[in-house]
Design a protein around this ligand. Structure first.
Ligand code: BES
Ligand code: MN
Ligand code: ZN
Length: 489
């Protein structure tokens, strides 16, 4: 498990600066103006900070970027991290500057000199988000637990109170990233469910539905995906009841712990990436952790379908026809279009059991969304402008890329089957949209719903603004904000 760095807020103590033995971070305005804490560092280093602020290197930094001055003379610190940031930054710049500091953070303790900067809590969140290092499977040179952060600023109690919820959300993001980064031989369906059971300690009601229960419910499309694997298929239901007696908001996640493609086997090159095919379920899990930790005053239910898509003697064959819990029959043309089969049953179950006020599903659903939107934005498909716009606004506020894509009955003809109610693939054209159309068949009339195709953003090969390469935790912050803005009184 990767634990976020601890952050403590304290009043500024100028005399503590020279003797701090770890790293020190300080902010310099774009104009080059030094505040009181920066002036103290400048005096200790005999003018080095001023020379830096007047340099081309500083001029070339964008607001929110940072530069590291190593082993400064006149101080005991190992480094001074200088971030370019104005005293009243935008939320986005504050988070970015925090992230730049978090990236530069070593295992040393870090003293942040905020002076009377605004948005200290957002800066702290940025530091914590970026200071993520997945080491669960590294042996040998055991790194010591990284040192914590002391954030000195003018109103430490206020900043600390504001940071509490923001840092709870970071805990949720780290949970998502750890799940998404975990290799499939470690994160089996059983291990995934076990980790979710732990959320009970935070007050989440967790139920694990096993294969016999899924069979009794008629979840044949979900079970058809997992039947080639020795790992048992499961649906985990997580309820956070922080609201009154109103119906919950529902989150549904695709949790394919590994996607070989099944009998429609994927090519070898890059198949190892399919360990992240449970990314949607990972985000749902991270949001449940975040809302529980910050004791959100809302009712939220998270449901994840956990399966492994493997070839084998019991695996589903191309051409098989299965009946969904809803009752519709599906001709499985391609066993690699498995995510929609999992979601179909879990979406239906979520609506039948909880009658939610709204529902959002997340899935690493199609390679086609990566062709369309790359790794910057997730695809958003919705039948409801209000919910969709609220989500897009939340994503924008959290700098998590999202872009609305169309749904239209005109695409339904691509899903027509000769022998069943529908087939599970619609051909190459508009592959992400036909996947969305397929899911919509399992969404009841008048149910506000969004489908988020996160195949391009859940795990990426290059670092992003708030995460090193690998799992990003994309969506945890946006969904947490959506819940706070739309469903909390
Ligand atoms: N899990 C994949 C989608 C995916 C691709 C996620 C790349 C992350 C990165 C999904 O199950 C899949 O295999 N989709 C197929 C659908 C096709 C057979 C209609 C695809 O996109 O090729
Ligand atoms: Mn697949
Ligand atoms: Zn898949």
């Amino acid at each position: 498990m990767t634990t976020p760095v601890s952050v403590q807020f304290a009043a500024t103590d100028l005399d503590a600066i020279s003797a701090h033995t770890g790293q020190v971070a300080v902010f310099v305005e774009a104009s080059g103006k030094l505040d009181q804490t920066a002036r103290r560092i400048n005096r200790l280093t005999k003018g080095a900070l001023e020379r830096f602020a007047e340099s081309e290197t500083f001029a070339d930094l964008s607001v929110g970027q940072a530069h590291v001055l190593s082993f400064p003379a006149g101080m005991d610190a190992t480094a001074v991290i200088v971030a370019k940031l104005d005293r009243k930054p935008t939320t986005e710049d504050a988070r970015k500057a925090g992230s730049a500091i978090g990236k530069a953070k070593s295992s040393d303790s870090l003293l942040v000199l905020g002076g009377n900067i605004h948005k200290a809590a957002e800066i702290a969140q940025g530091i914590a988000l970026r200071a993520y290092d997945y080491r669960d499977h590294k042996t040998g040179d055991e790194k010591p637990a990284p040192g914590g952060v002391v954030f000195m600023c003018s109103r430490p109690e206020e900043a600390g109170a504001e940071a509490r919820d923001l840092l709870s959300v970071v805990d949720g993001v780290f949970f998502t990233r750890d799940l998404t980064n975990a290799p499939a031989n470690h994160l089996t369906t059983t291990e995934f469910a076990n980790q979710l059971a732990e959320l009970a300690k935070l007050g989440v009601e967790v139920e694990i539905l096993e294969e016999d229960a899924l069979e009794a419910l008629g979840m044949r499309t979900l079970l058809s995906v997992g039947q080639g694997s020795d790992s048992p298929s499961k649906v985990v239901v997580m309820q956070w009841k922080g609201g009154k007696d109103e119906a919950p908001f529902a989150l549904v996640g695709k949790g394919v712990v590994f996607d070989t493609g099944g009998i429609s086997l994927k090519p070898a090159a890059g198949m190892e990436d399919m360990t992240m095919d449970m990314g949607g379920a990972g985000v749902v899990s991270g949001v449940m952790k975040a809302v529980a930790l910050r004791k959100a005053e809302a009712n939220v239910v998270g449901l994840v379908g956990l399966v492994e898509n493997m070839p084998g003697p019991n695996a589903t064959r191309p051409g098989d026809v299965v009946t969904s819990m809803k009752g519709d029959t599906v001709e499985i043309i391609n066993t690699d279009a498995e995510g929609r089969l999992v979601l179909a049953d879990v979406l239906w179950y979520a609506q039948e059991r909880f009658k939610p006020v709204g529902m959002i599903n997340l899935a690493t659903l199609t390679g086609a969304i990566i062709i369309g939107l790359g790794h910057e934005k997730a695809g958003v498909f919705s039948n409801d402008d209000d919910l969709c716009n609220a989500f897009l606004a939340a994503a924008d506020a959290e700098s998590e890329g999202a872009w609305r894509m169309p749904l239209d009955p005109a695409y339904d003809k691509q899903l027509k089957s000769r022998i069943a109610d529908m087939k599970n693939v619609g051909g190459r054209a508009a592959g992400s949209i036909t996947a969305g159309q397929f899911l919509q068949r399992f969404v009841q009339d008048d149910m506000p719903w969004c489908h988020l195709d996160i195949a391009g953003v859940a795990s990426v090969a290059a670092e992003t603004s708030f995460a090193p390469k690998g799992a990003t935790g994309w969506g945890v912050r946006a969904l947490n904000r959506l819940i706070a803005d739309k469903y909390e009184a």
